[in-house]
Design a protein around this ligand. Structure first.
Ligand SMILES: NC(=O)c1ccc[n+]([C@@H]2O[C@H](COP(=O)([O-])OP(=O)(O)OC[C@H]3O[C@@H](n4cnc5c(N)ncnc54)[C@H](OP(=O)(O)O)[C@@H]3O)[C@@H](O)[C@H]2O)c1
Length: 182
């Protein structure tokens, strides 16, 4: 049975992964956050992976306050840039043990479809049955410190091809999420 490490497991994504896997019997999940395992600490990561004989890592740890990151660049780079390298190196030792036969598999995943923040707000409003009036605005009217890409939709071709996944449309998943919240 695979031993699967979930880092940053107290965050938004990590909490969802924890919820989704709590009754999962096909793998043995270990959940950590920064107090149990700081992913910027390379030797701690290597030690943890070796001690717990980890086969797979799901990294949910991140520096997610993008505005704050503009002033705290070093910490953001450590957590979002260097630390995933520490995890990848730990994975390499797993690969070198032969588990994945020298394949390093990195996939992008999100729901299908494309939406702006405006589309997202409109959909939430409709699915909750609210009649809140939502006005669109251009990115230029909403200045932030962060320069964001104009188009950042993930390419999921690889995961669909390799894993044969049928990925739900974002609005259907949003409805499932709202149904759960009700
Ligand atoms: N939430 C979403 O809808 C969503 C959607 C798509 C992609 N993502 C991606 O998923 C990742 C996580 O996002 P999120 O929304 O779950 O963020 P989040 O709620 O901020 O969670 C990040 C977690 O990582 C922990 N962490 C910070 N530094 C760490 C370190 N050095 N070592 C170990 N853990 C550390 C944080 O702990 P502290 O709170 O104590 O700092 C927090 O528990 C990001 O890469 C994000 O881009 C999220």
């Amino acid at each position: 049975m695979y031993r699967i490490l979930v880092t940053g497991s107290k965050g938004q994504l990590g909490s969802e992964i924890r919820e989704l896997t709590k009754n999962e019997r096909s793998g043995n999940y270990l959940y950590t956050d920064v107090t149990e395992l700081d992913i910027t600490d390379k030797s701690a990561v290597n030690r943890f992976v070796a001690d717990h004989q980890i086969d797979i890592i799901i990294n949910c740890a991140a520096y997610t306050n993008v505005d704050k990151a503009e002033d705290d660049e070093e910490a953001a780079l450590q957590i979002n840039g260097t630390a995933p390298g520490n995890l990848a190196d730990a994975i390499l030792s797993i690969i070198n043990n032969g588990l994945f036969q020298n394949q390093k598999e990195i996939y992008h995943y999100s729901n299908e479809g494309v939406c702006s923040w405006f589309d997202f707000a409109i959909a939430i409003n409709e699915l909750f049955g609210n009649d809140c009036h939502i006005k669109p605005c251009h990115s230029d009217e909403f200045p932030t410190k962060v320069t964001r890409p104009h188009f950042s939709v993930l390419d999921k071709a690889k995961i669909k091809r390799d894993r044969g996944l049928e990925i739900p449309y974002w609005r259907n998943s949003l409805k499932s999420c709202i149904d759960l919240l009700r």
